[in-house]
Design a protein around this ligand. Structure first.
Ligand SMILES: O=C(O)C1=C[C@@H](OP(=O)(O)O)[C@@H](O)[C@H](O)C1
Ligand SMILES: C=C(OP(=O)(O)O)C(=O)O
Length: 428
């Protein structure tokens, strides 16, 4: 039987929410700490399915990693030389674990298989593998060509001129290559072929690499120059800021139903998804971005927007649900990558918004939503094993509309305590 979360109609919300750590930052720092020189204490990491897959993988590679009682993680770096030279690694549906490990393990002179959940095996990886093959990496597809699972075998990595990589399906391919390249200790130029999507995630990568001592030169988003003869050095302690994509649900909750302060991200966040706050302002919200928190208050009337969302692909899903309560037709553009994420998110979003009464037009890389006069009550929302579908649609309840979320456990991918935190701001 389907597991369900029945959410009651809620009139208003208020209070403070402390965000869990960022998934993108946690998984990058876990890997960087594991391949750096020295010991790193990671303060405030996210503990969720996606980061546990990275943690388990590193443990399998015999990285000395300790999860402390207070949640911090201590890692003794290997300088890129994993002790275990033969492992079968399962990574669920964690893109931020699968993609970055692919390049790092290709340079590790070991015999590894990388596999995941069936959906991971439908998510493309060819552009990353093609880039690594130019370097003489030995990678073979164990299933369908272009997709996981992968077999990685030992090889002599060779660099002859710039490495070309495509970045129009996922930015995680470039992130993977960037993070692994310093292991070669050679100066390398990475050249982007075609368009690069989700650029702010590359800035997270560059920022964190710099924290570990590698300063990459970015030239017009086309070329990335990685310095030679330097290697990653642990910063000792490193703090994980709150997850900006997770923040979007509570910022939206405030805009829909009350006064909310979201703690854990703020003015100096390194995550592109803080720009979700700007999209909310376009919809009419009153937002105050402070040093370490963001405040939002209920909007009398939300306005529809027409927005290129390429820079905030994850948080943009939250806008699609807000569109149900906005005046006019909302158009979210340049979101083609939604089709190859946890599910085909354009299709899933369109299906479920229609169940609530919205008129939805889907394109290859856009979605257009016109709200109904009255959003339907007691609708059962399917979540497609996509955490963001569950979290986004839970927001409907905050406009006094009871709703049921099917298989709510999918939130474990990035936010295991999501429904408890949501409950904590509900005013009865
Ligand atoms: O690098 C990252 O941490 C991420 C990049 C984005 O993926 P794409 O680059 O595939 O859009 C994003 O959707 C994902 O949740 C996390
Ligand atoms: C796309 C996402 O995840 P992944 O890191 O698996 O790509 C996401 O969290 O929305």
């Amino acid at each position: 039987m389907t597991n369900q979360k029945k959410l009651k109609a809620v009139q208003s919300v208020s209070g403070q929410v402390t965000l869990p750590g960022s998934k993108s930052i946690t998984n990058r720092i876990l890997l960087l700490s594991a391949i750096a020189d020295g010991a790193t204490t990671i303060i405030g990491p996210l503990v969720s399915d996606d980061t546990l897959h990275m943690i388990d993988a590193l443990k399998k590679l015999q990285v000395d990693l300790t999860q402390k009682d207070n949640g911090d993680i201590l890692i003794h770096g290997t300088r890129g030389n994993f002790k275990n030279k033969s492992a079968e690694i399962f990574l669920g549906n964690a893109g931020t674990a699968f993609r970055p490990l692919t390049a790092a393990l290709s340079f590790s002179k070991g015999q590894y298989t990388l596999s995941g959940l069936p959906r991971m095996h439908e998510r493309p990886i060819k552009d990353l593998v093609d880039a690594l093959l130019q370097l003489n990496a030995d990678i073979t597809y164990l299933g369908q060509e272009g997709y996981p699972p992968l077999k990685i075998s030992p090889s002599e990595i060779m660099i002859n001129g710039p490495i070309k990589i495509r970045g129009d399906i996922s930015s995680q391919f470039l992130t993977s290559l960037l993070m692994a390249m310093p292991l070669t200790k050679k100066e390398v130029v990475i050249e982007i072929e075609g368009d690069l999507i989700s650029k702010p995630y590359i800035d997270i990568t560059l920022n964190l690499m710099a924290r570990f001592g590698i300063h990459v030169k970015k030239i017009d988003w086309k070329h990335f120059v990685i310095p030679g003869s330097s290697s990653y050095v642990s910063p000792g302690e490193i703090f994980v800021e709150g997850d900006a994509s997770s923040a979007s649900y509570f910022l939206a909750a405030g805009a829909l139903a009350g006064d909310i302060e979201v703690k854990g991200i703020g003015r100096n966040s390194i995550q592109g998804d803080v720009k979700f706050a700007e999209a909310l302002v376009l919809m009419g919200a009153d937002i105050n971005i402070l040093e370490a928190s963001i405040q939002v208050t209920k909007v009398a009337a939300l306005q529809a927007i027409n927005l290129d969302c390429n820079h905030i692909p994850d948080a943009a899903m939250t806008l699609a649900v807000l569109a149900l309560f906005a005046k006019g037709t909302t158009k979210l553009l340049n979101i083609g990558s939604w089709r190859v994420k946890e599910t085909d998110r354009i299709k899933a979003m369109a299906n479920e918004l229609r169940k609530l009464g919205a008129a939805v037009t889907e394109g290859n890389d856009f979605i257009e939503i016109t709200p109904p006069l009255k959003v339907k009550e007691h609708v059962e929302i399917d979540t497609y094993d996509d955490h963001r579908m569950a979290m986004c649609f839970s927001l409907v309840s905050l406009r006094n509309i009871p709703i049921t979320i099917n298989d709510p456990g999918c939130v474990n991918k990035t936010f295991p305590t999501y429904f408890e935190v949501l409950e904590s701001i509900v005013k009865t």
